[in-house]
Ligand binder design. Structure first.
Ligand SMILES: Cc1cc2nc3c(=O)[nH]c(=O)nc-3n(C[C@H](O)[C@H](O)[C@H](O)COP(=O)(O)OP(=O)(O)OC[C@H]3O[C@@H](n4cnc5c(N)ncnc54)[C@H](O)[C@@H]3O)c2cc1C
Length: 504
């Protein structure tokens, strides 16, 4: 159905609450418009897409608020606490874990707090290589503002075109070049967060020994503690040169070992990805006769004993001299550990399509296919076993339902102690039971992930979908400590109910 045809319940926001919010924001800062409510009713997860396609949105926010200043955010949170209205902070709306779902919890009404008007680049300190940015600024707009100054944030999640700075910080997101530039949590030096109890202000500091790091409480807080209105970020000098190359390994295990050596011997590429055998096969099948496929012709690979192997993409960024030096040493190491160099064309093909891949999901759904992704990270010593166990668990769960899946995986972020694993699941949809089918796969994978001590999410965050497994990661006392922090900052519990910390 088209978005106009989605049926919504009438808004449940009471007249006094509405009046209070209109007084703070003006008529232009509050919207009950049908399409605006629908646009804020869901994120971009597989269940979100199923719901939107069926026209059965699980509920929409009663109104959408558009504050333009931090004072307005403060006043909105105070009015919502008084009038018992739940608040869902909304950045780019690209959450794939139910993070922006308009869940009312125990409250009568729920509003989406869209931060798009808080979109200024506040200041840049070229000497310290830092930038202060408002939370609603889109990451591409930040890159455009930094470019003339010769700077970059270097944070490119696959959802880059839509994400906001505040959304990335609130979800501890990872960009495709995070091995080189760092995840967003490594880029945040300070922040301002408006909570219903007041404001937490942490100026940019390069490091501190002043007790537990409060930044870490707010980074990844998914809107349940407050609204991140401003962030101080590390910036980098814009790279003059980028070099992306492809390599082939005989097996996923061989490739993983080579990447481990690279990162532990200080020769990690800034971008390091390794597809498993299944993902490699599909990548090659989808590649045209030009470019990637031509370069990776079966005969070339087979002649060197790499048939059925795994494709890696590695990339270096920096000054020309630095890229020459680092890539030469890095590639030599990868070859020593079994890699077959394929030259730049696979790297170029990946770079050209790096933001397009996920949108294939819409075409697959059109054709009756289930398509979902999930990710984790674990230590190098357990990486192959985790890869195998998650694949098997999903295979068994969906196989038992008569829809055997294709499960593929790649390593996308490298650390000295381990790496991330990003799984893609494709299967025939079960008409009429699409959500149950999805839940079966999600549960099977999540159970195995936490049993192995791997993280329930490497970068998509907890939201609603991963909530049942957070306690396995934090322990019950850890979860209670986080809930106590929420009680201190949000005594009425209005901030994004049900997300991250659950309903407890
Ligand atoms: C196609 C696709 C590809 C993706 N690829 C990646 C990837 O490569 N790496 C990655 O890390 N993620 C990825 N994601 C997930 C998602 O894009 C990230 O979680 C992103 O950081 C969310 O940013 P956003 O601005 O869209 O936040 P939203 O989706 O709007 O919000 C996410 C969560 O943060 C809260 N929030 C938003 N803004 C604020 C704020 N200012 N203050 C407090 N809380 C706030 C929301 O309430 C919600 O809980 C992908 C998603 C899609 C759809």
């Amino acid at each position: 159905v088209s978005l106009e045809q989605v049926t919504l319940e009438p808004t449940r926001l009471g007249a006094t609450a509405r009046e209070a919010l209109t007084e703070i924001l003006g008529e232009q800062g509050i919207s009950e418009d049908h399409l605006t409510r629908v646009a804020h009713a869901a994120g971009r997860s597989y269940p979100d897409l199923l719901g939107l396609r069926a026209g059965l949105v699980g509920g929409a926010p009663d109104v959408v608020l558009f504050p333009a200043t931090e004072d307005q955010v403060t006043a909105v949170l105070s009015a919502c606490s008084r009038h018992r209205v739940a608040v869902v902070p909304f950045g780019g709306g690209t959450s794939v874990v139910g993070g922006v779902e308009p869940h009312r919890g125990e409250f009568d009404a729920v509003v989406a707090l869209d931060l798009r008007r808080l979109d200024a680049l506040v200041s840049v300190d070229d000497r310290s290589l830092t930038a202060v940015v408002q939370g609603g600024m889109r990451v591409p707009a930040l890159e455009r503002a930094l470019e003339p100054l010769g700077l970059t944030l270097g944070h490119f999640p696959q959802s880059y075109e839509y994400v906001s700075v505040g959304g990335c910080v609130a979800t501890r997101s990872a960009g495709q070049a995070s091995t080189g530039y760092g995840r967003i949590d490594e880029l945040v030096l300070g922040l301002r967060c408006v909570t219903p109890s007041g404001e937490i202000v942490l100026p940019a500091r390069p490091a501190s020994a002043a007790g537990p790091d409060l930044r870490e409480l707010i980074v990844g807080s998914e809107g349940v503690l407050g609204v991140i209105t401003e962030v101080s970020l590390r910036a980098h000098r814009r790279p003059a040169t980028r070099r992306y190359e492809g390599l082939f390994f005989r097996t996923f295990g061989e490739g993983a070992e080579a990447l481990r050596h690279a990162v532990q011997e200080d020769l990690a590429p800034d971008i390091g990805r390794l597809s498993d055998e299944t993902e490699t096969r599909l990548t090659l099948a989808l590649a045209g006769r030009e470019g990637l496929k031509a370069r990776l012709g079966d005969s070339y690979i087979a002649a060197r004993g790499y048939r059925g192997g795994c494709l890696a993409i590695v990339g270096w960024e920096g000054t020309a001299a630095e890229v020459d030096r680092r890539s030469a040493a890095g590639l030599a190491l990868l070859v020593r550990h079994g890699g077959l160099r394929l030259g730049p064309s696979p790297g170029r093909a990946w770079a050209a399509g790096r933001f397009a891949g996920p949108y294939l999901r819409d075409h697959l759904l059109d054709r009756g296919a289930m398509a979902d992704t999930l990710e984790t990270a674990t230590q190098w010593s357990g990486i192959e076993a985790c890869h195998q166990a998650v694949r098997e668990a999903i295979g068994q769960a969906l196989g038992a339902r008569g829809t055997p899946p294709l499960v593929m995986c790649h390593i996308s972020h490298l650390y000295e102690s381990g790496a991330s694993l990003y799984f893609t699941i494709l299967a025939r949809q079960e008409p009429g039971a699409e959500l149950e089918q999805w839940r079966a796969a999600k549960t099977a994978a999540s159970e195995v992930i936490v049993q192995r001590g791997a993280t329930i999410t490497h970068h998509h965050a907890i939201g609603r979908d991963h909530q049942p497994w957070l306690e396995a990661e934090t322990g019950s006392l850890g979860l209670e400590a986080l809930r106590a922090a929420k009680r201190a900052l949000d005594p009425a519990g209005i901030m994004n109910p049900g997300k991250l910390l659950g309903d407890g």
